[in-house]
Structures are given as C-alpha cells and as structure tokens.
Write a protein that binds this ligand. Sequence first.
Ligand SMILES: Cc1ncc(COP(=O)(O)O)c(C=O)c1O
Length: 389
Amino acid sequence: MQLAQSLDRLGTERAFEVLARARALEAQGREIIHLEIGEPDFPTPAHIVEAGVRALRDGHTHYCPAAGLPILREAAAEHLAQSRGIRVDASNVLVSPGAKWFLFFGVLATCDPGDEVIYPDPGYPIYESAISFAGATPVPLPIVEERGFAFTADDLAERLTPRTKLVILNTPANPTGGAIDRELHVGIARVLRDHHCFILSDEVYSELLYEGRHDSIAAQHEMLQRTILLDGFSKTFAMCGWRLGYAAVPQSLVEPLNRFLINSAACTAPAIQHAGVEALIGPRAEVDAMIAEFARRRLMLVARLNDLPGVSCIMPKGAFYAFPNITGTGLSERELANRLLDEAGVAVLAGTDFGAHGAGYLRLSYANSMENLEAAVASMRGLLETVAV
Ligand SMILES: Cc1ncc(COP(=O)(O)O)c(C=O)c1O
C-alpha cells in the first residue's frame, strides 16, 4: 500500500533518534551522558504537581473548551502583560498540548503552497518540517556566530519577497542560545512594517535568559496584531511531559486555530491546565533556583569547552544550550557527534541537525548535573586529544 506523498515533506527531530541510539548503547551496558535532549533535569515543582493531582481528584477528567480553560487563558494574558508589557485579551489566548502544537498548526493556518517562510537556520527543526509540510517554501535566515548568534534587520530585509507570508523568530534560541534584543526587534519591525506577513515568535525559553531582559517583537508598534506569540511550560517549569503551551494570536487566527484544535487534540487535558494556572500564579522559588543553577552551569561549561583542543564557544545568552565551534578539530560535526557517542559515551547533537548553517558546530544541552557536565567534557578531551590536528 502506498503511503501519502506528503510524508516526504515531514521532517523530524534528530534529538529523539540520538536518544534512541544512546539508549540502545545503555542497554548493552555502556554508560552514556545525555547532553542531547532539551529537557530540564529538575522535577516539576511540587505545588504544580499537587495542583494537577487535585484537579484530577476534583473530577476535571472530561472534555473542556478546545481553546482552553478561561482561568488559564486569563492567567496567560496577565503573564504576558507582566513579563513583556503586552496587553492581549484572554479571548486571543489559545491553550494547546505543548507549545509545539502552534508551530505546526500556526504554519498550516497561515501558509499555502507557493508562499515563502523565513525561519532561523540553525533553528528548531520543526520550523522547516512544518513549512515544507504546508507546501510552502522554506527561506533560511542564517544565524551566525560573528553576530553573537543573531542576524541583522538587513539580513531579514534581503530575504523578504512579495511572497513572504510568515517570518519565524525564536528568542532565546534553540540551538545557539542567541537572543533578539529590543534594538533588533525595532529594526525587524521597521523592515516588516510595510510588508503584509504574519510573524511567529517562539518564546518558549523566555524566562531562561541570563543577560539582559527578554524582549518580544509583539511589543513593537502594530506587530501584536500579526504575531502568533507562543510560550509554554516545558522549559520554565520543567513540565515537558505534561504537554502544555499557549499562544496569543491575532484576531483573524482565533477561530481557525480553534478549529484546528477541535480537529486534532479536541482540547488540552483540563487537569493539566489547572497545573498550568498554578505554575503561572503560584510561588516562584523553585523556578528561580533552577534558572540560577542553569546560569552557573553555563559559565562552567563554556569555560571548559573553550579549553578543549580545536573548540571555541561563545557565551550563550539564554536557553540551556552551548553551541561550540568545532572546526578546529578537523572533524565534521556529524563525525565528531558520532564518535563522541560511540567512543566517549557523550550524546550530543550535530549543528546540522538544526539546518545547513549549523555546519561546524555541536549542540550540548546543559540540562544535566554539574558533575555529569564535568565528566562529559573530560571524556570529550580524551577523544579530542587523539584526533587533534
Ligand atoms: C525552540 C522550541 N520551540 C518549541 C519547543 C516545544 O516546546 P513544548 O514542549 O512546549 O511543545 C521546543 C522544545 O524543545 C523548542 O526548543
């Protein structure tokens, strides 16, 4: 039986493949340090877990409105006002099973075959997958080390055409840890002002920023009305497995995205949404402690990476990834990633798992203990000293 041809256009996330390979090695008795997966290594704060369990016990075990519980939509709107100074009505906030849902359906709701979508490269692989699946044309926007893993407004302007329908932004960014500051957002808004296109601003790492203040394109004049601003709970609240995200969306997209929700997930589990309310309005001490620990690891890991032969690494501003340049090792990023797993027992991702412009880089997640990070770098040194050019 023939499968759908559209499957040829559906990408994937290499992190899950590398995780499977690493698990297979572990099953053979090998010890592997996991730096491939983008998931906080902390438990979900207990008061959030409790809120979810309580909601289940209280009988929140049925369908609920596809768009989300009003109480969570209101809490999310309030959070956007507090964190970014953005005023959105709760009716423009939609809740989904994971922020990722909006990447796929946000693209499907805005793009037709023939439309062009500008997206960061290297960037989260689901962007290109969703664009290609929609039949639209992916237009990579290079994110370069020389610009501190950012781009300029001119770089964006050069890629705009009358067919550009959507621009995807990600700050702080996976995989580079780069961030878009207020000044660049001003420039982006100026470039896009006279161009009729949507913006998808992926801000799932908004609270994991170690330098400066998080900024959103939606805070720029007239940008909110065309921006799908998405945020979630996976990263900030260590809730990856709960599958909960939300987005503030332009008025014209509320009904279509609601329809996509009805067609796909039906709704997001209501007990999970109650846990989300607690995350947004409850105590912050555990989250703050987790972020402080990520900040400590970032400094240690980057310093150690810069000490390795053939490796240099600029300081990431946010998220929990280091993106070292490994061109000095004489190995390609793929070969080095494979050898690190097979010979050194360290699972990392190749920069090209995030797009062609990731050539010459690795992505290491520091969502792992200080001890494991130190051991990983020591094993990397062992391998690199044998291949040093
Ligand atoms: C840039 C980016 N956007 C979205 C997501 C998905 O987040 P969620 O778990 O809320 O679906 C991830 C997860 O790794 C990510 O790195």
